[in-house]
Design a protein around this ligand. Structure first.
Ligand code: ADP
Ligand code: MG
Length: 569
């Protein structure tokens, strides 16, 4: 097949951008999102992805003097300019980043062929979709690069982020039987994956939250316990809604109490070390501080009140009154600190067994979500780094949905430190991070700057676009401006895991894998077209411990309940 010449280079600028004038009769080949062209460059082909258009209309064109095109007779009638970003040099079927020298004005520009592209895009490990400009070409991502250099999935709500993540997860699960992935699932969207893949474990806070997950999805979650003693100072502060930058005094009281409670068991403990303590002890120690203080301190009283509310909060029993993990702690023999450390390892070690762990936090207040995620991620960090130092790597990918809640820009959250730490240092311990957010500009810039791969779906807000541009390497302004025009499920992929930067359409998870993700919007017109079904909400409204419903009793009723419980998630 002959190569199709589509235009001539007009300007080369900014190290990687070329502006070229396209022939009128070839323009239709180039107007698809993310279409590629190639130009000769030092004896090889340099590929460039079209990122911007400037198409002028006939009447306007006639009225202009096209002096700058003098010397290019064949271009005289056309004034269609396209901007393309050089993405790299063809090198035996792959694309090598960078070009040895820039193309020159006047050089011929050719359309890239399907065959060339297919060779390049098939070389990754995870097949996630197809090129938008040429749907016959499958697109793959490199697993190593995706996990070791971290990635961000950014877009406005409804653009297809969760679908994209689910497709990535499914392709990991189908290909790698011993993969190790932990998803912090803020809206319980990934729970249904468990119905298809046996290696998917759903862990949800023991008690009401877990019951709701089961009622809605018919998947029985592992009851998650995050005992208070495994929390550090910041996580406890998060549960109590103390912002360390403001509540400095309360934080000091809390710190003293936590440290003292831990030191009663292990004299060298800090306030943060996972050494056993009980919430009642914490309360007593705070009360004692109140008594020994010479004057009454309102902030201490306030702190005591907050502790009482924490103790009373039935949804947080999985933190304040865990049953299973208490048994584990009591069963471990030996002296402190070994006893605590051993119990800690047993409680959280389960997260690191091969498979996908969906930590379903939907239904919890966001402070509790953040503290829970922080504690879990810290434990993952501690266990993995220790294991690596002992010569046993446990490569683990951590994906965080609604990451702006956990690592916000310019605001404190208990999970921010550990997420930034994973982003900065995870690579050397084999901890990969994937952050998903619909509010890129509210997401920690530190975090975003560490993400080597950008998966950006439709993003209309110019401030979000600008923020993405300033936070990510390898991204040019013209690319992010194009993000507002993407269709649902379409994404611009750029960075380390991309064999070639591309605009692709992710597979539709539901039709490809036959599973419907959770957390979907209600179908209003359907709901309003039929009478509501009566259900007994009591077990879901009251947080008291209740025996699990007998397995046989649920049946139909369980399914019916689930429909009306959407609002809880
Ligand atoms: N690649 C795709 N192909 C077809 N439908 C998609 C695709 N991506 C998303 N959708 C649909 O669009 C809707 C929103 O997707 P979702 O992934 O929940 O968006 P987000 O997580 O960005 O809010 C869902 O109904 C989903 O099924
Ligand atoms: Mg989503």
């Amino acid at each position: 097949m002959g190569m199709i010449e589509v235009g001539r280079v007009v300007t080369v600028y900014g190290r990687s951008l070329i502006r070229f004038a396209a022939f009128e009769d070839k323009i239709h080949l180039l107007l698809k999102p993310g279409a590629y062209v190639k130009v000769e460059c030092g004896g090889s082909w340099a590929y460039a992805m079209i990122v911007s258009f400037n198409l002028l209309d006939e009447l306007y064109r006639r009225g202009r003097i096209v002096e700058e095109l003098e010397g290019y007779a064949e271009l005289r009638p056309a004034r269609n300019e396209l901007i393309a970003m050089l993405v790299g040099l063809e090198d035996g079927g792959t694309i090598r980043r960078g070009v040895p020298e820039l193309p020159k004005p006047g050089q011929k520009v050719y359309a890239a062929e399907t065959w060339d592209l297919a060779k390049v895009t098939a070389q990754g490990d995870l097949e996630v979709g197809r090129l938008s400009c040429d749907p016959s070409v499958h697109y793959t991502l490199s697993l190593n690069m995706l996990c070791s250099r971290h990635f961000a999935v950014l877009a406005m709500t409804g653009a297809g982020k969760s679908n994209a993540v689910a497709v990535i997860l499914a392709s990991i699960l189908e290909k790698y039987p011993y993969s190790r992935v932990i998803v912090v699932d803020t809206h319980n969207e990934y729970v249904p994956l468990a119905s298809r893949y046996p290696s998917v474990r759903v862990a949800s806070p023991a008690g009401r939250t877990a019951r709701l997950v089961e009622a809605r999805y018919g998947v029985k979650p592992l009851p998650l316990e995050v005992p208070l003693w495994t929390l550090g100072l910041e996580e406890v502060a998060g549960l109590l809604r103390l912002d360390p930058s403001k509540a400095t005094k309360q934080l000091m009281y809390l710190r003293n109490a936590m440290q003292e409670a831990r030191r009663a068991r292990y004299p060298l403990a800090s306030a943060d070390d996972p050494i056993y303590l009980e919430v009642g002890e914490l309360r007593q120690l705070l009360e004692r501080q109140a008594k020994t203080s010479r004057y009454t301190d309102r902030s201490l009283d306030d702190l005591l009140l907050k502790i009482d509310m924490l103790i009373d909060n039935a949804d947080l029993r999985y933190v304040t009154r865990p049953v299973e993990s208490k048994r584990i702690y009591e069963e471990v023999e030996g002296e402190e600190p070994r006893k605590s450390v051993e119990a800690y390892t047993r409680i959280y070690g389960r997260l690191l067994e091969p498979g996908l762990t969906v930590v379903a936090l939907g239904g919890l207040p966001s402070d509790a979500q953040a503290s829970t995620a922080a504690t879990i991620l810290k434990s993952v960090w501690r266990l993995i780094t220790a294991s690596v130092l002992a010569g046993n790597p446990l490569p683990t990918l951590v994906i965080v949905e609604e990451a702006h809640n956990y690592a916000p820009q310019g605001r404190w959250s208990p999970a921010r430190d550990i997420l930034e730490r994973i982003a900065k240092e995870g690579r050397k311990f084999g901890i990969g991070l994937g952050v998903v957010s619909q509010r890129p500009r509210e997401l920690s810039q530190t975090l975003l700057a560490q993400c080597g791969t950008l998966i950006a779906l439709r993003t209309a807000n110019p401030r979000d676009q600008e923020y993405i541009l300033s936070s990510m390497e390898d991204v040019v302004g013209e690319m992010v401006e194009g993000l507002s025009g993407l269709a649902t499920g379409e994404a611009l992929i750029s960075g380390s895991a991309a064999l070639i930067p591309a605009v692709i359409r992710f597979y539709d998870f539901q039709s490809r894998y036959g599973v419907t993700l959770g957390g979907k919007d209600l179908d209003w017109s359907a709901e309003w077209s039929r009478p509501p079904k009566p259900i007994d909400l009591a077990p879901y409204l009251v947080g008291e411990e209740r025996e699990e419903v007998e397995a046989g009793e649920e049946g139909e009723a369980g399914v019916e309940k689930s429909r009306l419980l959407e609002e809880f998630f």
